[in-house]
Design a protein around this ligand. Structure first.
Ligand code: NDP
Ligand SMILES: O=C1O[C@H](COP(=O)(O)O)[C@@H](O)[C@H](O)[C@H]1O
Length: 510
């Protein structure tokens, strides 16, 4: 990409995603020398903007959200900004795409770009299909370089709508040129799961139902629906987080080692996991294994927050879930009998993404006869906000006669490797531009995930009496705790909460 350059077409350039994630990501790539001088960004949306106004918008977004700071006076900033152009365009109007073609050719001439084009759809999903057709009909796919389509989630509303969307897009783009974003796959520690699993002799041999009791995945957020009430009230936590991010994290934890580090080999292994998910058989089965909740008024970090139903653009009688927890089973040789407990919710007490692997306890042995608390070993991937790995083991209490204490080995990547690791969108944009689709979801993954989720949605649509309200700032409905208690487990605290039993941290005795 660096040699031949590329034009990034950002559809939805005046929107929230572009402002918070995409412009800052492009700026970081620029600052780190990952873009050559041969790049240009064409921002596209309906509202009028001059190039100067657009560059000011980009500056503000970088000032607020980028990890590299910019100064308007700096030559570097001015150089960067000169690569940005804006063109007002209504996606529903095919003639506008003929105009866009001319703009693209002019910009490519100006920066010496050889015809590579990356079309990023930061748009409402209902517009995805028509953009693909209009790109073709407007002649934007006629250059000699590559043409890639980056699509935001959600990819469809259910399996049939996802199939329709896919059919439309595939009329124009080949599967290998479609990059379906799941930004969790761009997170450093999610990518690290593979490495920790497959590059460490003391994990891989234990990574199966003989040694692992359960796996817990938590994606908790303190925010509510913010300005996205209209979208969210239709989607809910199941479609917004579980169908994509949550199930993708299950695949990273459960997949077999790929035969080669090739995108298709890795995605082949991930899709096998999705196909092995046990589908809930009936509405009763769903009710027994999937818990849904919706936040009511409550305090988060000492601040009173309104109920979900009082949020902007949300139906005041909405039955949409803002929390979902489930017991998921992966029916294959490695994972038979190991529950994956997953949960995600808005307005939780902390923002945290964590994966906890709980190992089976040692059989009754001489140490159990001693006074102490033998706890299961835990391996924790801390994805967000701090990045790191935490391992909990049992050890002798110093100075005692064999009393056992749980101790922690805590590798905090943010402290030890350095803060400021690339944001997910930086990695994913860079990968899309260089043609690496490893951390994008292939169509068969999307389809299998919908197949699993559709059973839940269908059961929920029949009867909503199981929707439980939870106060904002709590950990969600109690039924989610019972889900684990019935199996003799409990949720492990996230973000290092309740670590009073930990005596060693970062390898030092405290
Ligand atoms: N925001 C986020 O945090 C996340 C967003 N996403 C996904 O990213 C996508 C974009 O989300 P977000 O940025 O929040 O949405 P916004 O509503 O903030 O932005 C939508 C953009 O689309 C443009 N647009 C709407 N209709 C048209 C049209 N007919 N022709 C041209 N442009 C149009 C709007 O500009 P204008 O009105 O000027 O035309 C605006 O720039 C969605 O698919 C969303 O699900 C995914 C994960 C997180
Ligand atoms: O895709 C989405 O993700 C965000 C949470 O992302 P994170 O990187 O901050 O953990 C969520 O708020 C949003 O509802 C959802 O659409």
């Amino acid at each position: 990409m660096k040699e031949t350059g590329a034009v990034f077409f950002i559809f939805g350039a005046t929107g929230d995603l572009a402002r918070r994630k995409l412009f800052p990501a492009i700026y970081s790539l620029f600052c780190e020398g990952k873009l050559s001088e041969r790049f240009a960004v064409i921002g596209l949306a309906r509202r009028p903007r001059t190039n100067e106004q657009f560059r000011e918008d980009v500056y503000q977004s970088i000032d607020q959200f980028a990890r590299h700071k910019a100064s308007k006076e700096d030559e570097e900033w001015q150089n960067f900004a000169s690569h940005f152009e804006y063109m007002p365009l209504d996606i529903t109007n095919v003639d506008a795409f003929l105009e866009l073609k001319k703009t693209a050719e002019r910009v490519e001439g100006q920066f010496g770009i050889a015809g590579n084009r990356l079309f990023y759809l930061a748009l409402a999903p209902e517009l995805f299909g028509s953009v693909a057709h209009h790109l073709r009909d407007g002649g934007l796919l006629e250059t000699r370089g590559w043409h890639r389509l980056v699509i935001e989630k959600p990819f469809g509303y259910d399996l049939p709508s996802a199939e329709n969307l896919n059919t439309e897009i595939r009329k124009v783009f080949n599967e290998e040129d479609i990059y379906r974003i799941d930004h969790y796959l761009g997170k450093e520690m999610v990518q690290n799961i593979e490495v920790v699993r497959f590059a460490n002799a003391f994990f891989e041999p234990l990574w199966n139902n003989k040694y692992i009791a359960n796996i817990q995945i938590t994606l908790s957020e303190t925010v509510g629906v913010e300005e996205r009430g209209g979208y969210y009230d239709n989607a809910g936590a199941l479609r917004d987080m579980a169908q994509n991010h949550m199930l993708q994290m299950v695949t990273m934890m459960a997949m077999e080692p790929p035969s080669r580090l090739h995108p298709e080999d890795i995605r082949d292994e991930k899709v096998k996991v999705l196909r092995s998910l046990r589908l809930y058989e009936s509405p009763e089965d769903v009710r027994a294994h999937v818990i849904r909740g919706q936040y009511a008024e409550g305090e988060v970090k000492g601040e009173l927050k309104p109920a979900y139903r009082a949020e902007d653009s949300v139906n005041p009688e909405s039955k949409t879930e803002t929390y979902v927890a489930a017991k998921v089973l992966v029916d294959n040789f490695r994972w038979a009998g190991v529950p994956f407990y997953v949960r995600t919710g808005k307005r939780m007490p902390v923002k945290s993404t964590e994966v906890v692997v709980e190992f089976k306890s040692m059989p009754d042995n001489v140490y159990l006869a001693k006074k102490g608390k033998l706890q299961p070993n835990l391996l924790v991937f801390r994805v967000n906000p701090m990045e790191g790995i935490y391992i909990k083991i049992n050890a002798k209490e110093p100075g005692s006669e064999g009393t056992i204490l749980p101790v922690a080995m805590d590798f905090c990547q943010s402290n030890q490797v350095g803060l400021n690791t690339p944001e997910a969108y930086e990695r994913l944009l860079f990968d899309a531009a260089r043609g690496d689709s490893t951390y994008f979801t292939r169509w068969d993954e999307v389809a299998s995930a919908w197949q699993f989720v559709d059973r839940i949605a269908a059961a929920w649509s029949q009867n909503d009496s199981d929707l439980q309200l939870y106060p904002a700032g709590s950990w969600g409905p109690e039924a989610a705790d019972k889900l684990l208690e019935e199996d003799g487990f409990h949720w492990w605290p996230v973000n290092g909460q309740a670590e009073s039993d930990v005596v060693w941290k970062s390898g030092r005795q405290s």
